[in-house]
Design a protein around this ligand. Structure first.
Ligand SMILES: [Zn+2]
Length: 434
């Protein structure tokens, strides 16, 4: 049976409830605060919402520490910037609509953690957690990245339940912890606990494009440490890390423009897409006048270095280090002490979807019924998609709502695309798990 009409009517009829739900979830702060995080109240909110229509035995709220083999898994990454990650009171949530048996299984996946609200002033609504709507967009930290996408999966389950649609395969909605800042351990825990789900829609923001490829990357530090007393004394040499850091910064810019800028993207991406090296922080000798007053002895730069799916971690770091060694060889200052370059988070791999997977056909049909523009393309964002195939037997595609300013001020999500995402999820489940 074709449920197109029923699904659209259900979303229309429940629109106010759904938007209230999203607003409430945005108001609950669930920031990723390395080495820990604040996801629990958001997970409990989703648990309560789902418990109104799913029995407790199909609601799995579990601590990462309960997952055997997680800490031994080669992709488990225990630290961030040298600090041990902490997972106590940071549960994952997996909800299941149990099928009657014999069908394919599908999972809608999202993460509950958000980036911190940042100290900057928000403009459209001053409260970074407002959950308020203006001109068809709902604002707040985590609205686009990715409470709308995560919540869409839970409302998709509710829609299937409310319409009494009986499917053969199981349909899951999950909300994992610690995805931001190169986390991904929450996603890995879910994959180890549910290794045999056939297909997943990861609802990171894609403007409703079908994200069949994503990029990878990692955060790095370049550190300069001088031997010497520092200070202002006249009795000894005062080697200065600031001049060295400046040379490193210029070399980083050159790598971004001249090396990364000249690598043609794989065909799935827009033609003008390119990898980037983004320099985030340049530090030496303090951050204001009162902290200055003497020559420092150390300093650092933080930067983010991207990679395509076909590039291995080793390849990326070898190419990069070769370039830096060449580039800095022209300066005498680096003869005896080369800066220390190191990654500070895990290497996030890119991912690529098998577009011949049967679930992709169900997705295409859903778009066509909804009369939505369907486009498969590479998404130039790094995320946890790679974990699905590297850890479990689950194929994955990234499809999420339209939004603006992820990790920035005035982050928002487009409401129509959020509601359409719910319809896409439901129609895909009906066709694929039917
Ligand atoms: Zn995200």
């Amino acid at each position: 049976m074709d449920y197109f009409k029923e699904v659209s009517e259900w979303v229309e009829k429940n629109k106010d409830n759904i938007l209230t739900g999203l607003s409430e979830l945005i108001k609950i702060k669930t920031e990723n605060l390395p080495p820990t995080g604040n996801e629990k109240p958001g997970q409990e909110y989703l648990y309560n919402m789902a418990s109104k229509f799913i029995d407790p035995e199909n609601l799995d709220l579990f601590e990462l520490d309960e997952v055997e083999r997680l800490k031994e898994h080669p992709l488990f990454f225990p630290t961030i910037a040298g600090m041990q990650k902490q997972y106590k009171n940071r549960p994952n949530l997996v909800a299941r609509l149990k099928g009657s048996g014999g069908g394919s299984s599908l999972c809608f996946s999202g993460h509950m953690d958000t980036m911190p609200a940042s100290g900057q002033k928000w403009n459209v609504f001053p409260d970074p957690f407002s959950g308020k709507i203006k001109e068809g967009k709902m604002y707040g930290r985590g609205s686009m990245d990715m409470k709308a996408g995560t919540l869409a999966g839970f409302y998709a389950l509710k829609c299937i339940h409310d319409l009494k649609i009986r499917l053969k395969g199981d349909v899951y909605a999950e909300s994992v912890v610690d995805e931001e800042n190169g986390g991904v351990n929450g996603t890995i825990a879910s994959r180890l606990r549910y290794p045999d789900i056939d297909f997943a829609i990861l609802a990171e923001s894609t403007n409703l494009n079908a994200g069949i490829e994503t990029i990878g990357g990692s955060d790095w530090i370049a550190e300069v440490l001088e031997e010497g007393p520092g200070g202002i004394g006249t009795e000894s040499e005062l080697p200065n890390p600031i001049y060295k850091l400046a040379k490193v910064a210029i070399a980083l810019q050159k790598y971004d423009k001249e090396v990364l800028g000249n690598i043609a993207p794989p065909v799935t991406y827009d033609k003008d897409m390119r990898l980037r090296l983004l320099t985030y922080q340049f530090y030496s000798g303090g951050s204001n006048y009162l902290e200055s007053g003497s020559v420092p002895i150390k300093g650092h730069i933080y930067f983010w270095l991207e990679a395509f799916e076909y590039m291995s971690e080793d390849h990326v770091s070898q190419e990069f280090m070769k370039f830096m060694e060449n580039e800095l060889a022209i300066y005498d200052d680096f003869k005896d002490s080369f800066p220390k370059f190191e990654t500070v988070i895990r290497f996030l791999y890119g991912h690529k979807t098998d577009v011949a997977h049967p679930a992709m056909n169900s997705i295409r049909k859903a778009y066509s019924k909804l009369n939505l523009n369907y486009r498969e393309k590479g998404i130039p964002l790094a995320m946890d998609a790679f974990a699905f195939k590297k850890v479990s037997n689950t194929e994955v595609v990234v499809i999420g709502p339209k939004g603006e300013n992820p990790h920035g001020v005035d982050e928002c999500v487009d409401i129509d695309s959020f509601l359409n995402l719910i319809k896409i999820m439901v129609l895909t489940a009906i066709d694929y798990c039917g």
